[in-house]
Structures are given as structure tokens and as C-alpha cells.
Write a protein that binds this ligand. Structure first.
Ligand code: SF4
Length: 363
């Protein structure tokens, strides 16, 4: 079944990063440091940016945290979004501090006059606003109207806020409708997508500990991405934010929305396998992780699927009883004992990249 084209969306810009309008999908995360501690928060942003985070969101629980943004946002290597709940004045302070984006929760800032005040200040600074609706903090009036926290209720909450912003002539909008329940999150996101042109931030909220949360997020976010929806995403995990970033990148790579760097195609191994495949796959991953060229590298255990997969990949190895084969662009280029297979494979990759002038950090 062919994949639907990506939804056409109205782009917004956060500093140098475009979201929507056909831009590459971006991976976001949130700092877990105390925002009032600007030095610790900046160090955390630097660490996450190095891990691949492209947009970072910071909690702004009080005025002191809002004021600290002036010491953080201008020094951050990636765009900073202030996450605002309950008190619109925190958004005003955050804007004055130079943040690149705001997230407003329509579920807990319900006074339209206060929202308008924030919108005007954001427009003056050309700062986009994400309308972030969450099943856990849905406006009670909306829940009452729809008989509970339904997909319609979530979507209507987001779209009512959109209408409020649009009445101010403001269109630098992103939208997220998040829930832990995948059916709810996905249906609400589809409803919003069908009813407005704004880019979508995808996420499964409170997804849990990494071992469960990554799978849950990959299913929910991945299903929407495969349906052509989504412009930016965050994987929410109870754990290290760097894991959120890595998971987000892996989700994008799994659905072919992010290219660059090696992708390892490796078999699960079984009773036929005669080589230490798991260790070999890990070694190949470790020794190629700094490459930026988009390469598919197959690491296969035996002659059943091995030669086929290894031939289809850019490079590959396929184990055998006496050792194995090294493939380069579909051809067998070496026959080696098992202990030399990884070195032989990496030699071939290095030779190819040298020829192409793309050598970068293999070792
Ligand atoms: S490629 Fe060979 S070793 Fe790997 S899972 Fe398939 S049959 Fe087993």
C-alpha cells in the first residue's frame, strides 16, 4: 500500500529551524533540570543538542524560572520553547527573555483576554506558539460538552484556541494533541489535521519508562507519520532526555523520514548461525556510528537470508560455516574467516567513502 504524501502545512520558524511546509521533521525534547538554574539547564541543552535534539522545551513553573530564560535562550545552540501553564504572565516574561517559541495549554489558560495579550507580544517578536492540548489537562468545559475526554473534545479544544489566535491575525501556530491512549491521540490528531493547515507536533504523553514508552511512542507517532501526518515530534520518557532524542531519531529513520548515517540491517540469529553475530553487529554499529553518509549495512548470520539482504544493502556480511562473505554494492568482494569479517567490511566501507570523498570518523 503506497504511503500517503506528507500533509501540506503552513510553515513556522523557530530561529533557524523551520517546522512544517515540507521541512525535514525535527526531534524535540524537554530539559529535566530546574529552569531556575540557568547554568545547569544550558549544560543540559548542550548535551541534548549534541545527542541530536533540534528544538528544546523548558518548563516555566514560576516567575523566577521565567526570568532565568533570559540567561538561557540567547546562549542555547538550538531554539528554546517556553512551556507555559496556568499563568500567562510567565509567557510575557519568557518572550522578553528571548525565547524562540511558546507552548500554551488551552486547558489551563482559559481567559481569552490573557491569551490575546500573549499573542500580541508573540506577534511583536515573531515568535510562534504551539497550542498543546493534553488529555490529562483538558479544559473541563470541553470535556463536559463532549461527555468526557474524547478525540472530538481534544480537537475542539485545540481548534477553539486556533480560532482565538487567528482572530488576532496570528498564524504562526503549531498544534499538539497528546494522550497516553493511542487511539485517542491518533484520532484527535487526525481530526485537527483535517480541519486546519497548521503543522503538527506529535507525541504520546506520559509514555512511561523507556522500555515501554519507546514502543508505545513508536507505534503512535509512527502510525501518524506513515499516514503523512506530523512535522515535529517528542518522545516523552521517564528517563534520560537523551534517550528521548535517540528514540525520536530512530522513529524517523525507521519510517524513512530521516536519512544520513548508517542503518544496520541485522538478523535476529537462530540455530543456523555459526558466527558471533550479535557482537559483530554491535561492533559494526559502534565503528560506523560517526559516519554521516546514508549507508545501509547488513550483518547477517547465514546463507538463508544473508546473501540476499547483504546484496540489497550498500555493504554487508553474511556468515557461513567456514567464515563468511563481504558484499559491496551487491557483489561479493571478500571471503574471510569469521574473525576478520568486521574488519573486512569496514575496510570496504572506508575504501568506498575515500573514493567518494566522504570519509568521516570511521574507526
Ligand atoms: S539469516 Fe540465517 S542465522 Fe540469521 S536468522 Fe536467518 S536463518 Fe538464522
Amino acid at each position: 500500500m503506497p504511503r500517503p504524501p506528507r500533509r501540506d502545512t503552513r510553515p513556522v520558524r523557530l530561529r533557524q529551524v523551520q517546522v512544517g511546509g515540507g521541512a525535514p521533521l525535527t526531534v524535540q525534547s524537554m530539559t529535566k533540570t530546574d529552569t531556575r538554574d540557568a547554568a545547569a539547564t544550558l549544560a543540559e541543552i548542550g548535551r541534548l543538542a549534541t545527542a541530536g535534539c533540534e528544538i528544546i522545551r523548558l518548563a516555566v513553573p514560576d516567575e523566577e524560572a521565567a526570568r532565568a530564560l533570559a540567561a538561557i535562550a540567547p546562549h542555547s545552540p538550538i531554539p528554546v520553547i517556553a512551556d507555559i501553564h496556568f499563568d500567562h504572565r510567565l509567557a510575557l516574561t519568557a518572550l522578553a527573555g528571548g525565547v524562540d517559541g511558546l507552548r500554551l495549554n488551552p486547558g489551563n489558560i482559559r481567559d481569552a483576554a490573557k491569551v490575546r495579550e500573549v499573542v500580541r507580544a508573540a506577534a511583536g517578536r515573531r515568535v510562534p506558539i504551539r497550542i498543546g492540548v493534553n488529555a490529562g489537562s483538558l479544559d473541563p468545559a470541553m470535556a463536559a460538552k463532549h461527555g468526557g475526554v474524547t478525540a472530538e473534545a481534544l480537537a475542539e479544544s485545540a481548534l477553539a484556541e486556533v480560532a482565538l489566535l487567528e482572530r488576532e491575525g496570528f498564524q504562526d501556530i503549531k498544534i499538539a494533541v497528546k494522550a497516553f491512549d493511542l487511539d485517542l491521540m491518533m484520532e484527535a490528531t487526525r481530526l485537527v489535521a483535517a480541519r486546519c493547515p497548521y503543522p503538527l507536533h506529535l507525541g504520546v504523553t506520559e509514555a512511561g519508562l523507556p522500555e515501554e514508552g519507546i514502543v508505545r511512542s513508536a507505534i503512535g507517532i509512527g502510525a501518524l507519520l506513515l499516514a503523512g501526518l506530523g512535522d515535529t515530534l517528542r518522545v516523552s520518557l521517564t528517563g534520560d532526555a537523551a534517550e528521548e532524542v535517540a528514540a525520536g531519531i530512530r522513529i524517523l529513520r525507521s519510517v524513512d523520514l530521516r536519512r544520513g548515517g548508517p542503518i544496520i540491517v541485522s538478523c535476529p540469529t537462530c540455530g543456523r548461525c555459526q558466527i558471533p553475530l550479535q557482537e559483530m553487529a554491535r561492533e559494526v554499529a559502534r565503528r560506523t556510528r560517526d559516519l554521516t553518509a546514508p549507508l545501509q549495512i547488513a550483518v547477517m548470520g547465514c546463507a538463508v537470508n544473508g546473501p540476499g539482504e547483504a546484496r540489497q544493502a550498500d555493504f554487508g556480511i553474511a556468515g557461513g560455516r567456514e567464515g563468511g562473505l563481504v558484499f559491496r554494492k551487491g557483489k561479493v568482494v571478500r571471503t574471510l574467516p569469521a574473525r576478520d569479517l568486521v574488519d573486512g567490511l569496514l575496510d570496504e566501507i572506508k575504501g568506498f567513502l575515500d573514493d567518494e570523498g566522504k570519509t568521516d570518523g570511521q574507526g
